[in-house]
Design a protein around this ligand. Structure first.
Ligand code: PLP
Length: 204
């Protein structure tokens, strides 16, 4: 289980870590790096799960153990070359736009294989698997179908010989369906830490 701590305080993170939670996910680089400094000495495994722009790759490569939102070649190459040489390779999941939503981040299912092959060969990265954020459940869409397609994609790549062990899917609202369809890592914010405080800019 990855605890998603975006917008939650360092006090809450430290308390959850004391209870035995080791892995935390953050979406915003600046916020995450500030928290890491405040939590210096607490042995947390940090995962970056937010939107990844080129101008943020150096900080992600420097400060995180995992990046789960890699979705294009340029980002993958930059993370690999910017990973400090004294650190082990950055663990990477490719974010898949499994429901082909026009506005959403992630590589389209048809482009996954190419990106998997590229990442598997980059020295600064260790490809661990796939991640997705499916279209929210509604009368027209059952996220279980998205999870099933993710598992098929994952299995077919593993059968081809790519060594991956992580299928990161499932959030507070639908973790059961994700687990039923092969998730190995659920990313839980609200159900663990409560509702997220509003963005600071909202209160102006
Ligand atoms: C915020 C977030 C989560 C956690 O969402 P909850 O519904 O609060 O559990 C998981 N994954 C990603 C990528 C997120 O941005």
């Amino acid at each position: 289980m990855l605890a998603v701590s975006k917008r939650h305080s360092v006090e809450k993170i430290a308390k959850l870590h004391d209870l035995g939670q080791h892995c935390f996910g953050e979406n915003y680089v600046q916020e995450a790096v500030a928290k890491m400094k405040q939590l210096d000495g607490v042995p947390i495994e940090w995962h970056f799960i937010g939107p990844l722009q080129s101008n943020k790759t150096r900080e992600v490569a420097t400060h995180f153990r995992w990046a789960q939102s890699v979705d294009r070649e340029k980002i993958a190459r930059r993370l690999s070359s910017q990973r400090p040489k004294d650190l082990p390779p950055l663990n990477v999941c490719l974010q898949v736009n499994i429901d082909r939503e026009p506005q959403k981040a992630g590589v389209l299912p048809s482009g996954v294989r190419h990106l998997v092959e590229l990442c598997a060969g980059l020295p600064g990265l260790r490809l661990r698997g796939l991640m997705c954020i499916p279209q929210p459940g509604s009368a027209d869409h059952d996220p279980a179908n998205s999870y099933r397609r993710m598992l098929e994609l994952f299995d077919s790549l593993c059968e081809e010989g790519f060594e991956m062990d992580t299928l990161s899917m499932g959030m507070s609202a639908d973790l059961e369906a994700a687990i039923m369809h092969g998730s190995t890592m659920v990313r839980i914010g609200t159900d663990l830490l409560g509702p997220r405080p509003p963005l600071e800019t909202d209160s102006c």
